[in-house]
Design a protein around this ligand. Structure first.
Ligand SMILES: [Ca+2]
Length: 439
């Protein structure tokens, strides 16, 4: 039984170490790096989720493993004690025989009766210990059964993880250059779709929000619950991170390169794209802001943000900067139009320091911002300099033309739509549909 238990524990450890390599790279569930689960472009909710389940199981395994090891030690101790006791009984029986042979009957009877007492006592101990061993053996075999079931399940999950994401995530069959193109082709449900913008060399997955008016928004950013850490480096912001989900329940940054491709048209004149920003605060209020002729430059231009003009909305024009009253140049220091993208490891801001490092995000930093939708997530909204870490700056999810810089929003969405379709259902109708807030 011991060898088989050891073998099982060894197998578990192996299983644990094999899978923990994957889970480490998947730490926090939001790594954009290629993982064991992801077959192609790094998005798709279910593969990482499957790993999440596996991680959970592995945690459980680890505990079971510890328990089993402890049990193994206990069993060995008991076995040793039992062996000791048996040895002593054998020794005493031998002694009795020896005594019988060599000692006079009177002394023998005295000695032997005391020895017999000892023998009975030890035999009793042995029987108790044997009972304990049987109970432990039962526990071990029941644990072995459970472990074997878990291993089976884990193998199934690993099998699932090694399959391409598209096999387990519901991806809609229609594809197009963007979500509006997909909606134009007849898609009526929001979900995951493949898009291939004109300049793209390969298709990639996006979440399309398709409404009752046939408008197809391509979602490029989503904050919902703080489950994804947005403090990422240049490459992660370039490639995108977080998770796309068919039911829009997850947080992500689609990736600067993809946003660049989605906002770069090959036609002349170019097709104007509107960036719609939707915001939700902690009281459940919803507001939005639209920017027309929105565009993200290439990586060579550090994914520079440009837009033609603020196109309306009730959240106000925070991209234009804000006069905080701290400095005469506040507003020009905090406007975003024309800013290059910065991350902590790629500082392209207009500040002597490093805005992205100080505020723990990737964003079109000026010196630094009046809008900061990739900021740190603060549950409840209100936070202070003390909460903001070593630098103490306003690093939350900010849109200062609505809430102050010390109020971090609960939810954000950044999404794209061709200008021609924004008002397809009626601009006012569309606005009403979003939170019932008309212009
Ligand atoms: Ca700088």
């Amino acid at each position: 039984m011991f060898p088989s238990l050891l073998a099982t524990a060894g197998g578990l450890l192996l299983l644990f170490s094999l899978s923990s390599a994957g889970s480490h790279r998947e730490q926090r569930g939001d790594s954009s790096a290629a993982t064991v689960c992801v077959a192609n472009d790094g998005f798709g909710m279910y593969c990482p989720t499957t790993c999440g389940v596996a991680d959970y199981m592995l945690k459980y395994f680890s505990k079971t493993n510890d328990d089993l090891e402890q049990m193994l030690i206990d069993l060995e101790n008991i076995a040793n004690m039992t062996q000791d006791a048996e040895n002593r009984v054998v020794y005493m029986k031998d002694s009795m025989v020896a005594a019988q042979k060599s000692i006079t009957p009177d002394i023998y009877i005295k000695k032997s009766s005391s020895m017999l007492d000892d023998v009975y006592r030890f035999e009793k101990t042995i029987s108790v210990q044997e009972q304990q061993i049987i109970e432990l053996q039962n526990t071990v075999s029941s644990n072995e059964r459970r472990m074997s079931e878990l291993k089976q399940l884990s193998l199934q999950l690993q099998q699932k993880c090694s399959e391409p994401c598209k096999d387990s995530v519901e991806i809609q069959p229609i594809s197009g250059t963007d979500c509006q193109d997909i909606a134009n082709k007849g898609a009526t449900t929001s979900g995951l779709y493949y898009v291939k913008p004109q300049k793209a060399t390969e298709q990639f997955l996006v979440y399309c929000e398709i409404d009752a008016f046939g408008r197809g928004f391509t979602v490029i950013q989503r904050r919902r619950d703080g489950s994804v850490d947005f403090k990422k480096d240049w490459i992660q912001y370039r490639e995108g991170f977080g998770y796309l989900s068919p039911d829009d329940t997850t947080e992500f940054w689609l990736g600067n390169e993809k946003i660049h491709l989605l906002t770069t048209s090959t036609t002349t004149p170019s097709v104007p794209t509107v960036l719609r920003i939707e915001l939700v605060d902690w009281e459940g209020n919803k507001k939005y802001a639209d920017y027309n002729m929105f565009r993200i430059g290439s990586e060579a231009d550090k994914y520079r943000l440009t837009y033609g003009f603020y196109f309306g909305g009730d959240a106000g024009d925070a991209f234009d900067g804000y006069d905080f009253g701290d400095d005469p140049s506040d507003k020009s220091y905090t406007s975003h139009n024309g800013m290059q993208f910065s991350t902590f490891d790629n500082d392209n801001d207009r500040y002597d320091g490093n805005c992205a490092q100080q505020d723990g995000s990737g964003w079109w930093m000026n010196r630094c911002h009046a809008a900061h939708l990739n900021g740190k997530y603060y549950s409840g909204g209100r936070y202070s300099e003390k909460d903001a870490g070593e630098f103490g700056f306003d690093n939350g999810i900010i849109w200062v033309t609505w809430h102050s810089r010390w109020y971090s929003l609960k939810e954000t969405t950044m999404k794209l739509i061709p200008l021609s379709r924004l008002s397809a259902g009626g601009q006012t109708t569309g606005v009403k549909e979003f939170g019932g807030l008309g212009l």
